[in-house]
Ligand binder design. Structure first.
Ligand code: GLC
Length: 663
């Protein structure tokens, strides 16, 4: 049962695709107050849990902290942060009463989930202009499935996107890319993709290539493809301001960029220096921006990642002028002591400054809308621009697409990666906890920068993180320029890395099949144990083990120097370890607590009682996997329903895509 309530004049975010009648009258849960802005309050019972919020900090159970949906480019995901890159305003209260709430509101909105008062859930925003969806359900899982059914089907990537990808900010020339390809192929570590970060472009200009470094790009794309490797370029939100650059000139001429109040194009400094933002909330501008992806598609490219689309702003002209004025004041007044810390804050505050978001406007169906009022929709609509363009360019074909910033609704056009994490052990755990929360909000094709983006990594950290990455649909090793190099072949005993990545490829038939079932049935791929074992008081509180699809549970190791870990089995399971040289060990473990040993080069999987999973022989690429000869691991007599398709086209409904396998 889903009810919709309208307050004031909401902006149509197009997050919801189903028609739902608007209710009048009282809410079935909690209280609303619209006297000063908007607030929703609900008294929680001691044992109530709160799920949701997608890409958000801290636990799977969000209770005990305060989270703010305010898409932010912040590379320091410390525990105190309330906002990350996305705004996924869906929560589920689970306990005495089970219900979901989706606050369809495109600007800053705060979720105080027992932070100010432990029993109080309070959701507040400045303007009482929003749509609120209230979903009744039998339990949290049921609520999630209902929510998923009204936001539209999740994005489905091409099958090659289930392979492993290598990325690093700093690869510049063909030689750099060839070195990565060679590093993997020589060490016989499977790989399907190499990502191209901003340095492939000419002066960081979207949809251009540095001609000196890539003299014949189509030929180079072909050369890589012959090795089974796809190049996946980045596209940034800001379009460089530069006379003679066609994207800039067309955008200016057609008024496709976001403008200041006086009608001039707003200038924000990002990687290229001064840029303009394409007004992706304007349907004409969105179409134009999307059509530009064709430039690279025509050269053989089949996937992209969209970045800096919160949109990130290093500084604006206005912000810089204000800073200069402050500095001058100190100089002119000859102040004896300069408050360095204050100045430091002011300089830092230039970036992603909320004041800047009030300085430019969108043109939505002829109406001028100030950016800060719809801030959280930018990344969504940039990715929508690409997704809609792919439909026009090649309607039968699937393209790889994921974005940094997002809002519910964007899950129909692409996946996401979780942005600039660090090479910290705690971020492995954060990665794990975010995945089911993202699934609740529709984002299935997800993953984190494996090995960590910022800070210097270590060999053991990369191995442990990859062992989790084996199960995330997006499996990508990515790192920042200036940090220790972390491609798998940079470390000693590369066979350990080969073993883990080969395990991913061996599991692709299962992982892909479960992904597709989740996408096609508005279901989750990553599930908390609580959703599968709601009656098990211990299982419902477990946050460092997850269910993947319908057959398995994972329990990654996320602590330094550990030789194994404690694990809780909510039922009897088969504990399977993928070890060195492709060896597989199996052991049945009874329901309850166990300590299991897991070496650095092993990937543990727990198969549920009475189930089995298909396993392939490892291959260099997803395309080379032999999915006709699959081994079944698990319990004797079990059956598995395998979903398989060509991985390229969109013939999802074909009954021939399903095969029953029997062990
Ligand atoms: C941003 C992205 C990161 C990328 C960098 C350079 O920080 O999040 O992934 O490497 O920009 O483009």
């Amino acid at each position: 049962m889903i009810r919709k309530y309208i307050f004031g004049k909401p902006f149509n975010t197009e997050a919801i695709v189903s028609e739902i009648r608007t209710e009048e009258g009282e809410l079935s849960y909690g209280k609303i107050c619209t006297e000063k802005g908007f607030s929703f309050t609900y008294e929680m019972e001691d044992d109530d849990m709160v799920y949701g919020l997608g890409e958000a900090n801290r636990g799977l159970n969000k209770r005990g902290y305060c989270y703010v949906s305010d898409c932010s480019d912040d590379p320091n995901h410390t525990e105190d942060k309330r906002s990350l890159y996305a705004a996924h305003n869906f929560i589920v209260v689970s306990g005495k009463e089970n219900f979901g709430l989706f606050f369809d509101y495109p600007s800053v909105i705060t979720f105080d989930i027992g932070y100010n008062r432990s029993s109080l859930l309070q959701v507040t925003c400045d303007a009482a202009d929003l749509a609120l969806y209230v979903i009744d359900g039998a339990n949290a899982y049921d609520v999630v499935k209902q929510f998923r059914s009204i936001i539209g089907r999740s994005y489905i990537p091409p099958k090659f996107a289930f392979g492993f990808g290598q990325s690093r900010w700093g690869y510049k020339t063909r030689e750099d890319f060839r070195k990565v390809a060679e590093g993997y192929r020589k060490n016989r570590i499977p790989m399907d993709m190499i990502y191209m970060d901003i340095d492939y472009m000419e002066g960081y200009k979207d949809f251009t290539l540095n001609e000196e470094h890539f003299p014949d790009f189509p030929e180079f794309v072909k050369e890589m493809k012959e090795q089974g490797i796809r190049l996946v370029p980045i596209i940034d939100a800001g379009v460089k301001v530069e006379e003679g650059y066609s994207v800039y000139e067309e955008g200016v001429k057609n008024r496709y960029f976001c403008q200041r109040e006086d009608g001039s194009d707003f200038v924000a400094a990002v990687w290229p220096g001064d840029t303009h933002f394409p007004d992706v909330l304007n349907a004409d501008a969105r179409k134009w921006f999307g059509d530009n992806y064709r430039v690279l598609i025509d050269q053989g490219i089949e996937g992209f990642w969209n970045d800096m689309n919160e949109p990130a702003i290093f500084y604006s002209r206005e912000g810089m002028e204000e800073l200069k004025a402050t500095l001058w004041k100190y100089v002119e007044e000859n102040t004896e002591t300069i408050p360095v810390w204050q100045l430091g804050d002011q300089i830092q505050g230039l970036a992603n400054n909320h004041e800047d978001y009030k300085r430019f406007y969108h043109n939505v169906n002829g109406e001028k809308i100030r950016h800060d009022k719809v801030h959280n929709l930018f990344g969504y609509n940039m990715t929508r621009a690409a997704g809609e363009a792919f439909e026009r360019i090649d309607p039968e074909k699937r393209f790889l697409m994921f974005s940094r910033s997002s809002y519910v609704g964007m899950h129909r056009y692409g996946g996401i990666w979780t942005g600039d994490n660090k090479s910290w052990w705690s971020h492995i755990l954060l990665n794990l906890k975010m995945m089911p929360s993202l699934n609740m909000c529709g984002f299935l094709y997800t993953g984190a920068d494996l090995g960590g983006f910022g800070a210097d990594t270590t060999r053991d950290l990369v191995l442990r993180w990859l062992a989790l990455g084996v199960f995330t649909p997006l499996m990508r090793n990515h790192s920042a320029i200036g940090t220790r190099e972390q491609e798998c072949y940079q470390f000693e005993n590369t066979e350990d890395f080969r073993g883990i990545i080969e395990t991913r490829y061996r599991l692709v038939p299962y992982l892909y099949s479960e992904y597709m079932k989740a996408a096609l049935n508005n279901d989750m791929y990553f599930k908390p144990l609580a959703f599968v074992y709601p009656e098990d008081d211990f299982a419902v509180r477990v946050e460092d083990q997850m269910m993947i699809g319908n057959e398995i549970m994972i329990a990654p190791v996320y602590t330094q120097n550990a030789k194994g870990r404690y694990v809780y089995l909510p039922e009897r399971m088969k504990f399977v370890k993928f070890s060195k040289n492709g060896q597989i060990t199996e052991e049945v473990l009874e329901k309850g607590h166990h300590y299991v040993e897991i070496a650095l080069n092993e990937v543990p999987v727990f198969i549920r009682e009475g189930r089995c999973i298909p396993v392939a022989k490892a291959a260099e690429t997803v395309e080379k996997l032999d999915t006709k000869h699959l081994e079944l691991l698990g319990f004797e007599g079990a059956e598995y329903m395998l979903y398989e398709d060509d991985g390229v086209h969109k013939d999802y409904g074909n009954p021939e895509n399903y095969t029953v396998l029997r062990k």
